[in-house]
Design a protein around this ligand. Structure first.
Ligand code: CMP
Length: 143
């Protein structure tokens, strides 16, 4: 069983898309085990996007992600990392296909609505940046 970190970005919150975005992951059958509505601190945002430091869009990205509340989440399921990224669509909204979250709702990069971990190592690091272990729920999902 795999875990991933998903974060509805400030544009997703402000456009009132949280419910519809979360539904896509519920519909797929994944299990939500943690959720937190917060404005990321600058330190938290820089840790989260450390791999992009030095890129031309880095400053704008940090400003954007700290500009308002996000909904940070931890989801569980088989192959949830890869499958979440399929549901989200391509990072660049010009390449995101219809039927994906970004393809259906996003029209401008970097305002691509949602972030999702790209590998088990980044998922672990990103989850630890936003959640303590006791904030993650353990429960049976039998239905
Ligand atoms: P995300 O999946 O959160 O990972 C890095 C983020 O940088 C990306 O989504 C976009 O919001 C943002 N970004 C801004 N410009 C670019 C770009 N040219 N290419 C990729 N990501 C970009």
């Amino acid at each position: 069983m795999e875990r991933t970190f998903l974060m509805i970005k400030p544009d997703g919150v402000q456009r009132g898309l949280m419910g519809r975005i979360i539904s896509r992951f519920e519909d797929k059958g994944f299990k939500l085990i943690g959720g937190k509505f917060l404005i990321p601190t600058e330190e938290q945002a820089k840790r989260h996007y450390a791999e992009h430091e030095g890129k031309v869009f880095y400053g704008e990205l940090i400003d954007f992600i700290t500009s308002g509340p996000v909904f940070a989440m931890v989801w569980e399921g088989d192959d949830v990392i890869t499958l979440s990224r399929t549901l989200m669509g391509k990072t660049k909204v010009t390449e995101a296909l219809p039927g994906t979250i970004r393809g259906d709702f996003a029209a401008h990069t970097p305002f691509n609505l949602i972030h999702g971990s790209d590998a088990p190592e980044s998922a672990e690091r990103e989850i630890a940046n936003f959640f303590t272990p006791d904030e993650l729920s353990v429960y049976e999902k039998n239905i």
